[in-house]
Design a protein around this ligand. Structure first.
Ligand SMILES: [Zn+2]
Length: 246
């Protein structure tokens, strides 16, 4: 089983493609981090502050032989263009990793007629080939297509696990699921019928939000948190009583 070196495309001031309120550089960095989280010690995360295309980073990499490289991008095009695909250097044939990635994309981000494309006019595939690295550049759908962006955002864990699986790396148990089962980050956002205040319940105490920003940050740090549970006044009292006891 190889190990994975993950490069997030663009960055260092280059936003890449933009669409649907997102930039490519930001989205692929979120995905890269998730691949690292789920892949653990089998994944090296490239420096997210760098643009490996512009600073020629692929040419100066020093990776052990067991590493395969995946570079993450999103496409841009007319709003109806959809789907992910895998780009490899023109001089190469697709290997099993490329094919597995293409199968995963055909399943999660379909739309392209050709799932693996050989290109001779992209810098990084050629640089990697010159260095003898196994490399592919993956376009995870179109940032300019609303449906692709929605899939990218809502199925990020499936995509990250799919990338790992293509290289035979098993994704760690989803941390979000673990937390739901009683970890420290277990929690939900609740409100009481007939009132406007919303609360964050972390499993131990209830904390009122004073503004929407606080709610946003809680949702950001507690991935998969359950939102908008409505309690009656009586239920809210009961919950408080239970908490008092401990
Ligand atoms: Zn790109």
């Amino acid at each position: 089983m190889p190990k994975l070196f993950v490069i997030a495309g663009h960055g260092a001031g280059d936003p890449g493609a933009c669409g649907n309120g997102y930039t490519e550089a930001e989205r692929v960095r979120v995905l890269a981090k998730r691949i690292k989280e789920l892949g653990g010690g089998n994944v090296i995360l490239g420096d997210l502050s760098r643009d490996y295309y512009r600073d020629n980073g692929v040419s100066t990499l020093n990776l052990p032989g067991e590493y395969e490289i995946v570079e993450l991008h999103m496409d841009a095009g007319v709003p109806t263009a959809r789907g992910g695909h895998v780009i490899i250097y023109s001089g190469f044939q697709a290997d099993d990793y490329d094919k597995a990635l293409a199968d995963m994309l055909a399943d999660i981000l379909p739309g392209r007629s050709q799932m693996i494309v050989r290109r001779d006019n992209l810098a990084n595939p050629e640089r990697a080939a010159m260095r003898g690295y196994g490399y592919r550049l993956v376009e995870f759908g179109f940032i300019t297509n609303a449906e692709d962006v929605k899939i990218f955002n809502t199925r990020m864990d499936d995509i990250a696990a799919g990338v790992l699986a293509a290289f035979g790396i098993k994704a760690a148990e989803n941390k979000t699921e673990e937390n739901k089962a009683g970890g420290e980050d277990m929690g939900c956002i609740l409100s009481v019928e007939g009132t406007k205040t919303q609360y964050y319940f972390d499993g131990k105490s209830i904390h009122a939000f004073t503004n929407g920003k606080e709610k946003s940050v809680i949702k950001k740090v507690c991935r998969g948190i359950i939102d908008s549970i409505k309690l009656t006044e009586d239920e809210f009292k009961d919950l408080k009583n239970v908490l008092k006891r401990s």
